[in-house]
Design a protein around this ligand. Structure first.
Ligand code: HEC
Length: 143
C-alpha cells in the first residue's frame, strides 16, 4: 500500500497543479469582460426595470409584474424568449390587475446586447440550480 501511494502521490499533485492553472487562466480571461457586462446590465435594469419588477430579493412567484429574482419564474424561460419579451413587450391581457400596466416593449431604447447584459445581471440573483435549468431551457428552445 505504502509503495503504491508513494508512486501515485506525485502524479496526483501534478494533476492538481495543472487543473488549478487551467482554472486560473479561464477565470482571468472571462472575468473582467463578464463583470463589465453585469455592471452594464445592472445600470440598465435600475433605469428601466426595477420600478416594476423589483430587485435582488423579495416578491413572490404569483406577483404581477413578476420578480426577476429567485422568487420569480424568469428562469423558466430561454434567453431568446426573454429577449423577445423585453424588446417587444407583452400584450394587454385579461387577468392583469387593473392597477398594473402591461409589460412595455423596449426596442426603441435597448438592443439585444443590452438585454443580454440585463439577463447577466438578473442571473446573479438565481441559485446555481436555477441557472443550470435556465441554460438547459435556452439550449432546448433557442437556436
Ligand atoms: C411599467 C411596468 C414594467 C416595466 C417598466 C417593465 N416591465 Fe417587464 N413586465 C411587466 C408586467 C406587468 C409583466 C407581466 C405581464 C403579464 O403577465 O402579462 C412583465 C413581464 C416581463 C417578463 C416576462 C415574465 C418573466 O419574468 O419571465 C419579462 C422577461 C420582463 N417583464 C422583462 C422586463 C425587463 C428586462 C424590463 C426592463 C428593461 C421590464 N420588464 C420592465 C411590467 C413592466
Amino acid at each position: 500500500m505504502g509503495g503504491m501511494w508513494s508512486s501515485v502521490r506525485p502524479v496526483l499533485a501534478w494533476v492538481v497543479v495543472v487543473l488549478a492553472l487551467l482554472a486560473g487562466c479561464a477565470g482571468r480571461d472571462a472575468a473582467p469582460e463578464r463583470q463589465a457586462q453585469v455592471a452594464h446590465g445592472e445600470a440598465l435594469y435600475d433605469t428601466h426595470c426595477i420600478d416594476c419588477h423589483g430587485g435582488a430579493t423579495g416578491g413572490d412567484i404569483a406577483d404581477v409584474p413578476p420578480p426577476h429574482n429567485a422568487q420569480g419564474h424568469t428562469w423558466h424561460h430561454g434567453d431568446c424568449e426573454l429577449i423577445a419579451m423585453t424588446l417587444q413587450g407583452l400584450p394587454e391581457r385579461p387577468g392583469l390587475p387593473d392597477d398594473v400596466p402591461p409589460m412595455p416593449g423596449f426596442a426603441n431604447e435597448l438592443d439585444e446586447d443590452d438585454v443580454r447584459a440585463i439577463l447577466a445581471h438578473i442571473r446573479t440573483w438565481w441559485t446555481p440550480e436555477q441557472r443550470a435549468h435556465q441554460e438547459r431551457v435556452t439550449a432546448q428552445v433557442c437556436e
